[in-house]
Design a protein around this ligand. Structure first.
Ligand code: HPA
Length: 234
């Protein structure tokens, strides 16, 4: 047990999928895994362990934003020995050629700050995905026929943005989408020698104002979960 995770050490698998929303963790575990067990519910942050095609995997909520994700990822890495951590979540599209429903696989994540900024100080560390996971995710997405983009994303500290000029710079520099967690996950994985990736569904679009209709959400999020699982166990 840790401060924020009530699971016993053996309850958590070496591979952990991290959706922001604890109820999406529940849905993904019940939809895609066999022999599912609830392993955490401290503060309502649900975590489940089960099997996908015989492979043991935990799906655990991260909460929204890097401070929240950092708590769970730190404890999963340091106390539960998680080796492969894949964020699954939604993002806002930032390029014209990126549509809602598309999947973005993040090579790297730009940020203004993260919980790791206190360590890096004057350094602009470039957090990056694990290449093997990234390649396997791209292969899985292609095999499913899911429209997929691979490139940089922006991990913002705010959802309600008072600095639209920052988004404009991201768009100008080819950033594919904005979310709020991946940069810190990649930082922690680098620090502790673990594998990390973010596989994201575009749920809304900053340039066009388009949003994923609620009836399409389940199918789109399901594609993302299957891509992440296939990447983890390739
Ligand atoms: N901003 C930040 N995070 C997000 C967004 C957004 O527009 N859409 C989905 N996650």
């Amino acid at each position: 047990m840790t401060i924020h995770i009530g699971a016993k050490p053996e309850d958590i698998a070496e591979t952990v999928l991290l959706p922001g929303d604890p109820y999406r963790a529940k849905w993904a575990a019940e939809t895609f895994l066999d022999d599912v067990t609830l392993v955490n519910e401290v503060r309502g942050m649900l975590g489940f362990t089960g099997y996908w095609k015989g492979n043991r995997v935990t799906i655990h909520g991260s909460g929204m934003g890097m401070p929240s994700l950092s708590i769970y990822a730190n404890e999963l890495i340091r106390d539960y020995n998680a080796q492969t951590l894949i964020r699954i979540g939604s993002c806002g599209g930032m390029q014209k050629h990126v549509d809602v429903r598309d999947v973005i696989i993040a090579m790297t994540a730009t940020s203004l700050s993260t919980p790791s900024s206190g360590i890096f100080k004057e350094i602009n560390f470039a957090p990056c995905a694990d290449y093997g996971l990234l390649r396997a995710a791209v292969d899985a997405a292609q095999a499913k026929g899911t429209p997929t983009h691979v490139g940089g994303i922006y991990s913002s500290d705010v959802f309600y943005d008072e600095r639209p000029d920052l988004n404009e710079q991201m768009v100008r520099h080819g950033i594919l989408g904005v979310e709020m967690e991946a940069a810190e996950l990649y930082n922690l994985a680098a620090r502790h020698g673990r594998r990390a990736l973010a596989v994201l569904t575009v749920s809304d679009h900053l340039l066009t104002g388009a949003a994923l209709p609620s009836e399409d959400r389940e199918k789109s999020f399901g594609d993302m979960v299957e891509i992440a699982l296939a990447a983890a166990f390739t």
